[in-house]
Design a protein around this ligand. Structure first.
Ligand code: C5P
Length: 286
């Protein structure tokens, strides 16, 4: 029996812009992505089973092809011809589900990286990212991680100067947001504000943490139903009051994050928010 583990890091969007709706129903995006230390752990075991299986520590998650981890494993097998019939996948989840932090995509990406090691297929990260395109829009980025510009459907990636060391407090309010519905909502409104992506890229390049924090912006916040938006605003305000240099919603939400230069301030903010929101995490960029 051979066993290995892969960390599956959550991501946040330092910025997210929706540029246009494409004929294939997807949207042209421009996003600055950052992976963070909050992670699931994916364990792959070869042998000890006579069929491909998936288990997780959360009873309500699908364990069939609807789970992105199985979809990723099948995509890997299609590309490499690997025999998955003796493979057991286990995911220990800590990243909240349906939170705008790419928990599922990150698990799929970790499966691709792990299978490449387990089956010794020698694929480059770029090749794994390409396989991930068919699995989900955020999977290619999650294969590579770090600080990156994602364009197109999310699959056109440019590595950026790493975000300066800092502390990130992630807080997920307890309501789900449907990603396809939020895309529909954004198609129906005129956007008043857009992120200054060029300025954000310059701030990253210049290692200017305050400049990055000032430019964090997500157009999806404008498309939220008013009650949801009020909760997101409230969390952002609390983060700022506790000393965050900036605060923003991640992806299609509802997770909100604050960026801090001082650890004590981040710890205090996380402690205060945790009293109302149990899914609150103190992280660092990875
Ligand atoms: O690719 P993925 O399955 O993660 O996308 C989930 C949904 O998000 C899609 O069905 C689509 O409604 C929306 N989406 C989009 N444009 C993108 C990425 C996702 O419209 N670039």
């Amino acid at each position: 029996m051979t066993r290995l583990t892969e960390p599956a890091y959550a991501k946040i969007n330092l910025s997210l812009d929706v540029l246009s709706r494409r004929p294939d129903g997807y949207h042209e995006l421009r996003m600055v992505m950052q992976s963070v230390s909050l992670h699931d752990t994916v364990t792959l075991t070869l042998g000890g089973t006579d069929r491909l299986t998936l288990s997780t520590n959360l009873g309500f998650l699908p364990v069939d092809g609807k789970n992105i981890a199985i979809a990723a494993a099948n995509a890997f097998a299609r590309h490499t011809g690997a025999d998955l019939s003796r493979l057991a996948i286990h995911i220990d989840k800590r990243i909240p589900v349906c939170a705008g932090t790419a928990g599922g995509s990150s698990d799929g990406a970790a499966v691709l990286r792990g299978l490449n090691r387990l089956y010794e297929t020698g694929l480059t990260p770029e090749m794994l990212a390409k396989i991930g395109e068919a699995v989900g829009s955020d999977v290619p980025y999650c294969v590579l991680g770090g600080t990156a510009l994602a364009e197109g459907r999310g699959e056109r990636l440019t590595a950026l100067t790493a975000l300066e060391p800092c502390y990130l407090v992630l807080c997920k309010p307890p309501f789900p947001i449907s990603t396809p519905e939020l895309y529909q909502a954004i198609d129906a409104i005129r956007l008043h504000c857009r992120p200054d992506t060029a300025g954000l890229l310059r701030a990253l390049e210049g290692r200017d943490l305050h400049g990055v924090a000032r430019r964090m912006f997500n157009v999806f916040e404008q498309a939220l139903p008013p009650k949801r938006r009020a909760v997101v605003e409230e969390i952002k305000n609390e983060l700022i009051q506790h000393g965050a240099l900036g605060a923003c919603m991640s992806g299609s939400g509802p997770t909100v994050f604050g960026l801090f230069s001082r650890q004590e301030a981040a710890e205090e903010a996380a402690g205060a928010l945790r009293e109302s929101y149990s899914d609150t995490f103190l992280c660092t960029p990875v």
